[in-house]
Design a protein around this ligand. Structure first.
Ligand code: AMP
Length: 612
C-alpha cells in the first residue's frame, strides 16, 4: 500500500541516501541532465531531486507545501512530484540544466521503503486494530487501505505519543531526574511537553542534562532553534539519532517512559476506550499543521470520529453458523426495503459475541406463497454470501427457518447508494463519492480474487452503513466460477438489468469479472450523478442498440475527468481490453489518495520560509 504520489514514477528511488543516489547516477553515466527523485528524510511527503551536470551532483529539496503543492523552495509550486519533474524537463528554473534523462530503478523493483514508511505503516495497522477492535489481518488491511489518507493525517500528529521516549507533561526537573537515573550514556534523551505549549528535548551529555526547546512555525513544522525543520516530532527524533544537527551529540539511548512500557502497545495517551472497541480520537488537524485549531463543524468527518466504523468493520466470526435458532432473533416492525423475495426487516440477533449481547441486523424474509422456487433462490444467495467475508460486502450472519425462511445479514441502515445521494446532495462531496466508490471497487476486487461474479452490481445494490461506508449487497444473481473458468454462461436469459450489462452478457450470456467491471462503470455514473437514472429515456433494448452503435453515457456534471475516464474504460466494448477490478481498484485508489492530499478548506497557501 502506498499513499506516496511519487511511488509510480520509474525514476523515484524511495528512501535512498545522498551517497546511494550519487552512486546510481554514476552507474548511469552521469550525463548532463541525468536525474532521479528520492524521499526526503526530514519532511513528511517531501523529496530530493538529484541531478548531474558537468560531472557534478546537485541535490534540490522538494517540499510538500501546506497547501498540498510541491516545490523547490523559492521556485514555482506544482500539484505533484510528477508535474514538477515534467515542468523541470522543459525549463531549468534556476538549476544548471533542465532534466533530460531519468535514472530509472531496476525493473520490477519498488521504491526503497524508508524507516518512516515502515514505522508509519506499523502505526497505521496498530491504530486501526485497536480503534476498531479488529483481529483479522485481512480486515485490518482493508480498513487501512480505505482510510489511509485520513489516518495518516492523524498519525502524523499523534505518533510521538506512542513512543517510549515521550513523557508528556513532566517538568524540566523531573526530566533531569529521569535522565540522571540509570545509564549515563551521552545522547540519552527524552521528549516532554514544554511549558510554552510545544515540546522540549532533554538530553544527557558529559553528565549534564541539556534542554532544547522545540519550536513550531506557522506552517506547523518543528525545529530546534536554528536547526532543520521537520513535519513531526518523531521524524525529528529519528533524524537527530543519525545526525547531531546542532546538538551536543547524536541522540542515542531512549530514556523510556515506564508508564508506557508497562502497557502494551500503548494507545495515544488520554483517550478513553468505548464499548465495541471504539476509541474517540482527538480531532485530527490538517496534515502538516498539527498545532492549528481543529476543524469546525461542517468540515470533513474523519473515520476515527465516527462510531459507525467500529460496527461496520465488526466481523462477528462466532456468529458465522449457517443456521440460526428462531429464539435468537427478534424482528422489528420496521421495514428496511423490499425486493424479489419479499421484504427486508430490521431486527436484533442475540449473541455472545459482544458486550451488549445483541447486534442489530437486517432480516430478509421470504414471501409466503410461491415458496419452492424462490426458496431455492434464497438458499443459493445464502450459500454464496456464506463464503464471502470482506468489509465492503454485506456479511451474512445466518439463515433461520421458522414461520418463513429468513436470511440474517449485517445491517447497512443508511440504505441504497442512489437514494442516499438523491436526498443528501448538499452534504456529500465529490471526494466522499470517490471514497465510497473506491470501497465498492475493493469489495469487487475481493469477489474477483475469490472467483465470484456478482451479475447485479448497481447503485441500488450498494448499501450504506453511513455516509462514508459502503457495502455491496444482493447476491441473488451471483455465481461462483469454477477454478479454471473465466466466465459463467447463463443457460437462458432472464429478467436482467440490461442497462447495467456488458455487450457479451446480452449477446452471448457470458458473465465474468470484466462484465461486472462494465456494471461498475454504470454504478460510478449513478454515484457521480447523485443517484441519476442511467439512459433515462430509453428502454433496455434501445440501450443495447445505443451501445452497439458506439455511444456511451455522458460525463455527469460534477464528475472529475479521471473518474469519467475510468467509467469509459469500464465501457470498453471488447471485454479483453476492459480493466479488471485489480486495475479499476488501483486507479480508484490512486485518484482517491491524490485528492485527499489536496488542500483542505482553510489551509494556508504558499511556501513556508526556512528558519535558517
Ligand atoms: P434486496 O432484496 O436484497 O434487493 O433488498 C431490498 C431492499 O432491502 C434493499 O434495497 C435495501 O433497501 C434493503 N436491504 C437489503 N439488505 C439490507 C441490509 N443488509 N441492511 C439494510 N437494508 C437492507
Amino acid at each position: 500500500m502506498s499513499t506516496d504520489p511519487a511511488s509510480q514514477l520509474p525514476f523515484y528511488h524511495g528512501s535512498v541516501s545522498r551517497r546511494d543516489a550519487e552512486r546510481e547516477l554514476m552507474l548511469a553515466d552521469m550525463e548532463d541532465g541525468l536525474f532521479l527523485l528520492r524521499q526526503c528524510q526530514r519532511s513528511l511527503g517531501g523529496y530530493v531531486l538529484s541531478l548531474t551536470y558537468q560531472g557534478v551532483f546537485h541535490h534540490y529539496p522538494v517540499e510538500r507545501l501546506p497547501n498540498g503543492t510541491y516545490g523547490i523552495p523559492g521556485s514555482m509550486p506544482h500539484c505533484g512530484p510528477a508535474e514538477l519533474c515534467e515542468f523541470l524537463s522543459r525549463e531549468a528554473d534556476g538549476m544548471p540544466c533542465a532534466l533530460r534523462r531519468p535514472c530509472l530503478r531496476a525493473p520490477e523493483q519498488p521504491p526503497r521503503k524508508g524507516l518512516f514508511d515502515t514505522l508509519r505503516e506499523n502505526l497505521l495497522r496498530d491504530y486501526v486494530k485497536q480503534t476498531w477492535s479488529l483481529e483479522d489481518a485481512e480486515d485490518i488491511e482493508q480498513a487501512v487501505i480505505s482510510h489511509a489518507p485520513q489516518l495518516e493525517k492523524l498519525m502524523a500528529t499523534t505518533a510521538h505519543e506512542k513512543m517510549a521516549w515521550y513523557h508528556g507533561k513532566i517538568s524540566r526537573q523531573d526530566g533531569e531526574r529521569l535522565l540522571n537515573t540509570g545509564s549515563k550514556t551521552d545522547g540519552r534523551f527524552l521528549v516532554r511537553d514544554s511549558e510554552a505549549g510545544t515540546f522540549a528535548l532533554s538530553m544527557l551529555y558529559g553528565k549534564t542534562v541539556y534542554h532544547y526547546r522545540i519550536n513550531q512555525d506557522k506552517s506547523g513544522k518543528y525545529s530546534i532553534p536554528e536547526g532543520d525543520r521537520f513535519d513531526t516530532v518523531w521524524q525529528m527524533v529519528q533524524y537527530l539519532k543519525m545526525k547531531p544537527a546542532g546538538l551536543m551529540t547524536n541522540l542515542s539511548e531512549e530514556c523510556a517512559n515506564s508508564t508506557k512500557a508497562a502497557k502494551s502497545p500503548a494507545l495515544p495517551a488520554g483517550r478513553k476506550q468505548h464499548q465495541n472497541g471504539y476509541t474517540p480520537p482527538p480531532r485530527a488537524t490538517s496534515f502538516l499543521r498539527p498545532s492549528l485549531p481543529a476543524p469546525s463543524a461542517g468540515s470533513q468527518l474523519l473515520p476515527m470520529d465516527c462510531s459507525g466504523f467500529a460496527n461496520a468493520y465488526h466481523n462477528p466470526k462466532d456468529l458465522k453458523k449457517f443456521f440460526i435458532n428462531r429464539d435468537q432473533l427478534v424482528m422489528d416492525e420496521v421495514e428496511l426495503g423490499s425486493g424479489n423475495f419479499g421484504c427486508v426487516k430490521k431486527g436484533v440477533l442475540k449473541t455472545m459475541d459482544n458486550e451488549n449481547g445483541q447486534i442489530d441486523v437486517a432480516i430478509k424474509v421470504l414471501k409466503n406463497g410461491d415458496e419452492s422456487l424462490v426458496k431455492d433462490e434464497m438458499m443459493r444467495e445464502a450459500e454464496i454470501m456464506h463464503q464471502l467475508s470482506n468489509a465492503f460486502i454485506v456479511r451474512m450472519l445466518g439463515l433461520c427457518q421458522a414461520e418463513s425462511l429468513m436470511l440474517v445479514m449485517e445491517i447497512a441502515s443508511a440504505g441504497p447508494l442512489h437514494k442516499f445521494l438523491q436526498s443528501n446532495k448538499s452534504s456529500v462531496t465529490v471526494e466522499g463519492i470517490v471514497r465510497l466508490m473506491h470501497q465498492v471497487s475493493m469489495g469487487m476486487r475481493y469477489l474477483e480474487e475469490k472467483k465470484f461474479v456478482h451479475r447485479d452490481l448497481a447503485a441500488r445494490n450498494v448499501l450504506l452503513v453511513n455516509q462514508t461506508f459502503a457495502k455491496i449487497s444482493d447476491f441473488g444473481l451471483s455465481k461462483a466460477l469454477g477454478a479454471d473458468d473465466g466466465y459463467y454462461k447463463a443457460k437462458t436469459t432472464g429478467k436482467w438489468p440490461l442497462k447495467w450489462y456488458a455487450p457479451e452478457c446480452i449477446s452471448f450470456r457470458k458473465f465474468s469479472s470484466k462484465s461486472d467491471a462494465w456494471s461498475f462503470g454504470v454504478t460510478m455514473w449513478e454515484a457521480f450523478s447523485y443517484g441519476g437514472k442511467p439512459y433515462k429515456k430509453m428502454n433496455g433494448t434501445q440501450v443495447v442498440d445505443y451501445i452497439n452503435e458506439g455511444n456511451r453515457l455522458g460525463r455527469p456534471s460534477q464528475c472529475p475527468e479521471p473518474m469519467y475516464q475510468l467509467m469509459m474504460d469500464c465501457w470498453t466494448y471488447k471485454h479483453e481490453d476492459r480493466p479488471d477490478f485489480q486495475q479499476a481498484e488501483g486507479s480508484m485508489r490512486t485518484y482517491y489518495y491524490s485528492i485527499c492530499n489536496q488542500p483542505q478548506p482553510g489551509d494556508e497557501a504558499g511556501a513556508a520560509q526556512p528558519t535558517k
